[in-house]
Design a protein around this ligand. Structure first.
Ligand SMILES: Nc1nc2c(ncn2[C@@H]2O[C@H](COP(=O)(O)OP(=O)(O)O)[C@@H](O)[C@H]2O)c(=O)[nH]1
Ligand SMILES: [Mg+2]
Length: 656
C-alpha cells in the first residue's frame, strides 16, 4: 500500500471550509471515484455533521493519496489546524453564494497565515443562482492571493449542465455519479471562456516575465506553460485555483482529481516549505490521537522523511502496528512511506503534536496550540460506582482532544469540562457513552461566588457542657473585621495574660479559618481578619475540641452581624469579531452587565476588532452561543479572572 508504484511520493490533501459546504460529501465522492468507496449515509441530506478528522487512503491513476475530511464547525478548528500542519495541499470547499463567503474567511486566513498551498472547490454548483463571478469576488475579499477561475459553468435555462475547462478549452456535460462527457463548447460560451483564460494568464504573468512578454505581444501561451505556472504559483501560495462541482452528484470530481494529481506538492516540496532537511533519519509527526477499542492507542501521523517500519521504537514506545485506512477500515501494513498519513499503533508515551524518529529524540516541529476554552459544563455520573471509571475515561479523552480541559472545582465540588462549545462538549459526552459505556448528566456549572463582610464586629463564643463526669468548656472573644480585597484570611492572636493558654490558640485559628469556608450565604468568606482578644478556660474541661466549637459558634453569629455581602467573580473578556459585528459585540456585552473598556483592531487580523470589557462570570456561561449566533459563527472570546466585586443583586439568589 505504501509502495509508490510509479516512483512518486504519496501525497495528502485536507478538505476544509465552513460547516455544511459539502466536505464530507466530497470526501466520499473522491474516494469513490478513486475506487475506494466509503460507507455513505443512506440519505445524503441527513449526513451527520463531522466532529473529528476522517482519514481515507486511496490510489488515483497510480498515485497514493491520503485524504482528510475536516470538521467545519468552528468548535473543531483545532482539528483543522492539526490537519493543515501535516498535509501537502488544502481544498477549500464552499458554496456558490456570495453571502456565504464570510463564513469561509477564517479558513482562508488560516491557510494564508500557515502558508499551506490551497485551491477552492465551489461545491453545490447545481444550486448556483447568480454568477460564479459574484462568489469569486466575495471570496477574493478575504483571500491574500488572487483567485483564478479554472472552469466556467454552462447554464441551460435554470440548470448548470456542465463546464468549460478554461486552460484546456474543452467543454464537458455533467453526468450524475459518472465521469463528465466531452462536448462541443457551446458557441455562446466562447466569450466567457476567453475572458476567464485572459484573466488567469494575466495573474500568472505577474510572476512570470516570459509569459508577460507573450501577453504584451498578444501571443497565446501554450497550455503546458500555463499548467506549469499554475502549479508553481500554487505551491508558493501565490495563486488560488478555483474549481467547480457538485459532490452529491459527483459533478466535477474527476476534474478535481486531475487538478490534485497535477498540482499537489510532493513530499520533497512540502518538507522544504516546513524547512525540514531532506536528508536524515526517518521522521514522523503525530497530528491526532485516538483510543480505539481493540487496536488500542492510535497515533495518526505524517511521515515527513524516510520510511517507518513496524516494530521500531518511537518516542520511547515500541511501534505496534502501522495502519492504513481504506474505505473506513483499518488495514495493517509493514511500513509507511514519506508523504503518507498513517495510524501508528501503541505509541503509549507519545502525545499529539510530537515529532518522533526511530533513531532518537528529534527536534520538535511546530504544532498549533489549542485555543482557549469558551464553554463549560459540569458533569455527574448517574451511578456513583462509575466515578473511578469516569476519571480513567476522561484521561483518555484528554489525550485525544487537546481543546478539552477538566477542572475539579473545590468550592462547588463539581467536575467541569471546558471546551469549544455545546457541539464539542456534546460530542465528547457521546464519545464517553459510545466508547466507555458511561452515561453522565450535565449541568450549568455553578459560579464560584465568595462572600465577605463590610463591618467589624466583636463576638463572644462560649461552650459550657456538663455531660456525665467530664465536661467541656471554652470561652473566646474575637474581633472579625474586613480586610482589603484580595488580602485573604488572617488570624491574629492578641491574648494577654494567658486567659486562653498558648496550646489552645492554634485550634482557635484553625476553627476560625474553617468556619470562614462557609459564610451566611453558603459561600467561602474571603478577606477577613479574626483576632482573638480574650477568653476563659477550665483546667480540666477545656480542650482543642472545645475551643474549636466555641470559635465556630462565635464565627457563625459574628459573620451574620458583620454586614455580609456576596462577591461575584468578574472576568476581563475580549471578544474578537469581524468589524461589521463590533457594535453587536458591544451590545451583547452591555446586555450582560458588562462594562466596556474599549475596542481596537485585532492585531494581525485585518478587518477584525477586539472588544474588551469587564463582565460578571455569571453572565458568561452561554456567551459563546449568543456571540456565534450573532456573528455567523465567527466571533470568539477569551476571558481571564479579574477581580471579585460586591453583588447586591445576586445576594438574594445566593442566599436562596
Ligand atoms: N445541492 C447539493 N447539495 C450538496 C452537494 N454536496 C453536498 N451537498 C449537501 O450539503 C449538505 C452538507 O454536506 P456535508 O458533506 O455534510 O458538508 P460538510 O459539513 O462540509 O462536511 C448535505 O446535505 C449534502 O447532501 C451538492 O453538490 N449539491
Ligand atoms: Mg462534514
Amino acid at each position: 500500500m505504501s509502495g509508490t508504484a510509479n516512483g512518486r511520493s504519496p501525497r495528502s490533501v485536507a478538505l476544509v471550509g465552513p460547516y455544511g459546504a459539502g466536505k464530507s460529501a466530497l470526501f466520499d465522492a473522491l474516494m469513490e471515484a478513486a475506487g475506494s468507496p466509503v460507507k455513505r449515509p443512506a440519505d445524503p441530506r441527513n449526513r451527520p455533521s463531522t466532529t473529528e478528522l476522517r482519514l481515507g487512503h486511496c490510489q488515483y491513476l497510480g498515485d497514493n493519496w491520503s485524504i482528510l475530511d475536516c470538521p467545519g464547525s468552528i468548535e473543531f478548528a483545532h482539528e483543522v489546524a492539526a490537519a493543515l500542519t501535516v498535509v501537502d495541499l488544502a481544498v477549500v470547499v464552499c458554496e456558490p453564494t456570495p453571502t456565504r463567503a464570510l463564513a469561509v474567511s477564517p479558513v482562508l486566513k488560516q491557510l494564508a497565515d500557515l502558508g499551506v498551498p490551497h485551491i477552492v472547490f465551489i461545491n453545490k454548483i447545481d444550486t448556483l443562482e447568480g454568477s460564479v463571478a459574484d462568489t469569486l469576488s466575495a471570496l477574493q475579499g478575504y483571500a491574500k492571493s488572487p483567485l483564478v477561475l479554472r472552469q466556467v459553468p454552462i447554464r441551460h435555462n435554470e440548470t448548470i449542465e456542465g463546464y468549460v475547462d478554461v486552460v484546456s478549452e474543452r467543454a464537458y456535460r455533467y453526468r450524475k455519479g459518472q465521469p463528465s462527457e466531452l462536448i462541443q463548447i457551446p458557441s455562446e460560451m466562447t466569450e466567457a471562456e476567453q475572458d476567464a483564460l485572459n484573466k488567469l494568464v494575466e495573474v500568472l504573468a505577474d510572476r512570470d516575465d516570459a509569459l508577460l512578454e507573450k501577453v504584451l505581444e498578444d501571443i497565446k501561451p501554450s497550455s503546458v506553460e500555463i499548467y506549469a505556472d499554475l502549479r508553481k504559483d500554487l505551491t508558493a501560495g501565490a495563486v488560488i485555483g478555483v474549481l467547480l462541482g457538485g459532490a452529491d452528484n459527483a459533478y466535477g470530481v474527476r476534474r478535481l482529481w486531475k487538478a490534485l494529481r497535477h498540482d499537489t506538492p510532493f513530499n520533497a516540496e512540502t518538507i522544504e516549505r516546513h524547512q525540514i532537511a531532506a536528508d536524515g533519519p526517518p521522521l514522523a509527526q503525530v497530528y491526532k490521537t485516538v483510543h480505539a477499542g481493540h487496536t488500542g492507542k492510535l497515533s495518526y501521523s505524517r511521515i515527513w522523511r524516510g520510511a517507518i517500519r513496524d516494530g521500531v521504537t518511537l518516542g520511547g514506545s515500541r511501534l505496534g502496528g502501522i495502519y492504513h485506512v481504506g474505505g473506513g477500515d483499518l488495514a495493517k501494513g509493514p511500513e509507511a512511506a514519506a508523504g503518507e498519513l498513517v495510524a501508528l499503533g501503541r505509541l503509549e508515551s507519545v502525545a499529539t503534536g510530537a515529532t518522533v524518529s526511530p533513531t532518537g529524540t528529534p527536534e520538535p516541529l511546530p504544532f498549533p496550540a489549542p485555543p482557549p476554552a469558551v464553554y463549560s459544563m459540569a458533569i455527574f455520573t448517574t451511578d456513583r460506582k462509575d466515578d473511578v471509571k469516569l476519571s480513567g475515561a476522561l484521561q483518555k479523552l484528554l489525550e485525544e482532544d487537546q481543546t478539552l480541559t477538566i477542572e475539579h472545582q473545590p468550592d462547588t465540588a463539581e467536575t467541569i469540562l471546558h471546551g469549544q462549545g455545546e457541539i464539542h462538549l456534546n460530542a465528547t459526552l457521546e464519545r464517553l457513552a459510545r466508547n466507555y459505556g458511561l452515561k453522565v448528566s450535565t449541568q450549568r456549572p455553578q459560579v464560584a461566588y465568595k462572600e465577605t463582610i463590610r463591618q467589624a464586629v466583636h463576638e463572644h463564643g462560649r461552650l459550657k457542657r456538663q455531660t456525665g463526669g467530664h465536661g467541656q468548656f471554652a470561652d473566646v472573644k474575637i474581633d472579625i473585621a474586613p480586610r482589603p480585597r484580595g488580602a485573604g484570611f488572617e488570624f491574629v492572636d492578641k491574648v494577654v495574660g494567658g486567659s486562653v493558654p498558648r496550646n489552645f490558640i492554634p485550634a482557635v485559628g484553625e476553627a476560625a479559618e474553617e468556619a470562614a469556608k462557609k459564610g451566611p450565604f453558603g459561600f467561602p468568606v474571603v478577606d477577613i481578619s479574626v483576632t482573638l482578644t480574650d477568653g476563659q478556660f477550665h483546667s480540666v474541661d477545656s480542650s482543642d475540641m472545645a475551643f474549636k466549637t466555641a470559635t465556630r459558634m462565635a464565627m457563625q453569629d459574628g459573620l451574620v452581624k458583620a454586614d455580609p455581602v456576596l462577591l461575584e467573580p468578574i472576568d476581563r473578556v475580549t471578544i474578537s469579531v469581524p468589524n461589521e459585528f463590533t457594535a453587536r459585540a458591544q451590545r451583547l456585552l452591555t446586555g450582560r452587565r458588562g462594562q466596556i473598556l474599549g475596542y481596537a483592531e485585532r492585531p494581525a487580523w485585518a478587518g477584525w476588532d477586539d472588544v474588551e470589557a469587564l463582565v460578571p462570570e455569571a453572565e458568561l456561561h452561554d456567551l459563546i452561543i449568543e456571540l456565534r449566533s450573532q456573528t455567523l459563527g465567527l466571533g470568539t472570546y477569551r476571558r481571564k479572572f479579574d477581580h471579585l466585586a460586591e453583588s447586591r443583586a445576586e445576594a438574594k439568589r445566593g442566599a436562596a
